[in-house]
Design a protein around this ligand. Structure first.
Ligand code: ZN
Ligand code: ZN
Length: 238
């Protein structure tokens, strides 16, 4: 523990979000109750198919820009999962949860045999961007914090401020499927296409709902020259 963290811990001790025990936001006992997925599922949001191979997508999804999705936990099943995600992105904004959530994702990659050199070579991690005003309000972009931690552990470069959000959009939750894609049209932009040229891009976010945000990002990234665009999230709905 470095000095600053030691002092923070002294004055603002952390308590496990599962059992309230002191010292961490997620103790190992509670982490073990989470049932991290041992399987890969397709990225479709309606009853996603469990995939026989390592990753990829089902026949319904062949025309999607997103190459596939890694997701460690079902969002709604466990109260603790919801709590972890909630505290990570809403007040009091526990930014340091990024480490625990990255560990959950790494465990999922181990369980599904997705930690091979082959998968991660020639790849970059890229957080799903947030509007500037929104990020200012929160103080951080949770996808960016998660990508940073994952990048450290996977030894994969993390690229910030290349894919940016250039348009204010309505909250996706309030909209129907078709409105969601229209809402996102023209919302994202790649600033430096050279940086993603022929790369495998792993788009990092906390939660995957219908996938329309990731699909729009994937479209923009592929148009700019990315070879593949995968989604990687802690939890998914549905
Ligand atoms: Zn606990
Ligand atoms: Zn599918």
């Amino acid at each position: 523990m470095d000095n600053i963290n030691f002092l923070l811990e002294l004055f603002f001790p952390s308590f496990c979000l599962g059992c309230q025990s002191e010292g961490t936001f997620l103790c190992s006992d509670c982490e073990h109750t989470l049932e991290i997925s041992e399987f890969n599922y397709c990225l479709c949001s309606n009853q996603p198919l469990r995939l026989p191979g390592l990753t990829g997508k089902c026949n319904r999804c062949v025309n999607k820009k997103l190459t596939g999705l890694y997701s460690a936990l079902p969002y709604k099943e466990k109260f603790l999962t919801k709590k972890l995600i909630y505290q990570f992105k809403y007040e009091p904004y526990i930014k340091s949860l990024a480490r625990s959530l990255a560990d959950i994702l790494l465990e999922h990659l181990v369980l599904t045999k997705n930690l091979t050199e082959e998968i991660w070579q020639n790849s970059i991690l890229l957080p799903v961007p947030m509007e500037k005003s929104k990020q200012k309000e929160r103080g951080y972009n949770q996808a960016q914090e998660l990508a940073k931690e994952l990048g450290h552990s996977l030894h994969v470069p993390t690229v910030f401020d290349n894919l940016i959000k250039i348009k204010k959009t309505e909250a996706q939750m309030k909209l129907k499927a078709k409105e969601r894609s229209e809402n996102l049209l023209g919302a994202f932009k790649v600033k430096n296409p050279g940086q993603i040229q022929d790369k495998k891009v792993f788009l990092v976010d906390d939660v995957y709902t219908t996938g329309s945000t990731m699909e729009e990002c994937a479209k923009v990234l592929k148009d700019a020259g990315a070879k593949q665009v995968w989604g990687i999230v802690v939890a998914r709905e549905g």
